[in-house]
Design a protein around this ligand. Structure first.
Ligand SMILES: *Cc1c(COP(=O)(O)O)cnc(C)c1O
Length: 355
């Protein structure tokens, strides 16, 4: 097997320890003699696995009392609908910082008025626009990390109203002050595990305030009451999430991963800024630590494929930029080691000599 340096944007690199534990569970879950793919979620050992996953979330992010962690189907995209379904009575404020923010806005419009308080669209989302959160809305929604454009809001905003954040692509990459939020959600397939699952961290007392009838399945209270087992949960992705969180705890939790993520981002942005062949696309003050977007300087236009060819020689995979931005995107999620970033930097240095 060729060792790959996996810079995929999501689904993305996972800790080997989590993959190995899942392989073991696929052969034999909890010494039952049965594969995790074959068991009922009512089987012995499953409740404990689910509880452990929930406890790990609470522990890693110091989630205060009064919040619940849910594991739901449908990815982050379903949460674009479920959040306004449960929380939007009249009007909500949304910050438009990219493709995913736009999708969340489109979804919320089915349930009420959406006030887009600022948009980065004019800059092709290379900048997080200045914004002020109004006090007369049901909630404020923002995307903490813009996976496609490589910008990130690193500090928890201070909001006069309930704050909801899509943290799909930077959750667990740094400490978060959960008490500032009414809800944090995301798809699992970046830092928290594999696809097929969304995590939802929700403050219980914000629910039950809207006047519409909510079908049971789309009501967060149903999933709180049934501990995310109102219907059959995706046990394999949940197991993998648990093992991914266990790995994170084992290496020292979010404080340690925060340090490592900063070192990885410094290493790559340092090279982008030094190397005259490359140029970063996001505003320096808004640079994402998770998704590093860059292009070739105009002088080297047309040589993109040459660089892609060279990256293959280094075992680098997954750095082609999203089609809406072009160029390259290196995703530096939690499980990616600094050594992979150093290999990419070596490759960029060789390319500088070649062109
Ligand atoms: C990947 C991603 C999504 C989409 O997640 P799905 O689980 O595929 O619905 C939403 N928001 C952000 C910020 C993402 O990075």
């Amino acid at each position: 097997m060729i060792m790959k340096h996996n810079f995929n944007a999501g689904p993305s690199i996972l800790p080997q320890q989590a993959i190995d534990a899942t392989i073991d569970a696929l052969r034999d879950f909890n010494n039952s003699g049965l594969s995790i793919a074959e068991i009922s979620h009512r089987s012995a050992g499953w409740d404990e696995a689910m509880d452990e996953c929930s406890v790990l979330w609470k522990d890693l992010l110091s989630i205060p009392d009064g919040y619940e962690v849910l594991f739901l189907h449908g990815g982050a995209s379903q949460q674009f609908l479920m959040a306004p379904y449960n929380l939007l009575q009249t009007r909500a404020a949304y910050l438009d910082t990219g493709v995913w923010a736009t999708k969340a806005i489109e979804a919320a419009r089915y349930y009420g008025e959406v006030q887009v308080i600022a948009s980065g669209k004019d800059s092709n989302y290379s900048v997080i626009p200045e914004y002020a959160i109004p006090a007369d809305v049901d909630y404020f929604h923002f995307t903490s990390n813009n996976t496609i454009f490589g910008t990130e809001i690193l500090a928890d905003p201070d909001s006069p109203v309930n704050m909801v954040s899509d943290m799909s692509s930077d959750i667990l990459s740094r400490p978060v002050n959960v008490s500032r939020y009414a809800m944090i959600y995301g798809g699992a397939q970046k830092n928290a595990g594999t696809a097929g699952l969304a995590f939802v961290i929700i403050k219980k007392d914000i629910l039950g305030k809207v006047s519409r009838d909510i079908p049971k399945f789309f009501d967060y209270r149903t999933h709180i009451k049934d501990k995310s087992m109102y219907n059959t949960p995706p046990v394999i992705p949940i197991f993998m999430m648990k093992e991914t969180l266990k790995w994170l705890k084992g290496i020292g939790g979010v404080a340690e991963i925060n340090r490592r993520n900063q070192a990885k981002a410094d290493c790559l942005y340092g090279e982008i800024d030094r190397n005259p062949v490359f140029r970063g696309t996001a505003a320096v003050k808004n640079r994402s630590r998770m998704n590093v977007c860059f292009v070739l300087d105009e002088k080297y236009a047309g040589k993109e494929n040459d660089f892609m060819e060279l990256t293959k020689k280094y075992g680098i995979t997954g750095i082609k930029g999203h089609r809406s931005v072009g160029g390259f995107r290196a995703s530096l999620y939690n499980a990616l080691p600094l050594t992979s970033v150093e290999v990419l930097v070596d490759c960029m240095k060789e390319f500088e000599k070649m062109v």
